[in-house]
Unconditional design. Sequence first.
Length: 75
Amino acid sequence: MAFDSFAAFMAMDGHGPYVWTCYAVFFLLMGAITWWSLRQRRVIIAQQRRRMDSAPVRDERSAAASFTRIESSQD
């Protein structure tokens, strides 16, 4: 074992406060990024659901006719 005791491991020859602070900041930032990403995902999904619910409903025939008009105008 590289250290004689757990206290020596935590102190790391005087570098312990710096090392453990870096680890703490890293894990806090990773947690914050994960939380923010999941929150943003929920917000975007909710926005898209509201957008789909408020969009006018078109039947398949009118959608096919629109698609055919777009294709024929490109020729």
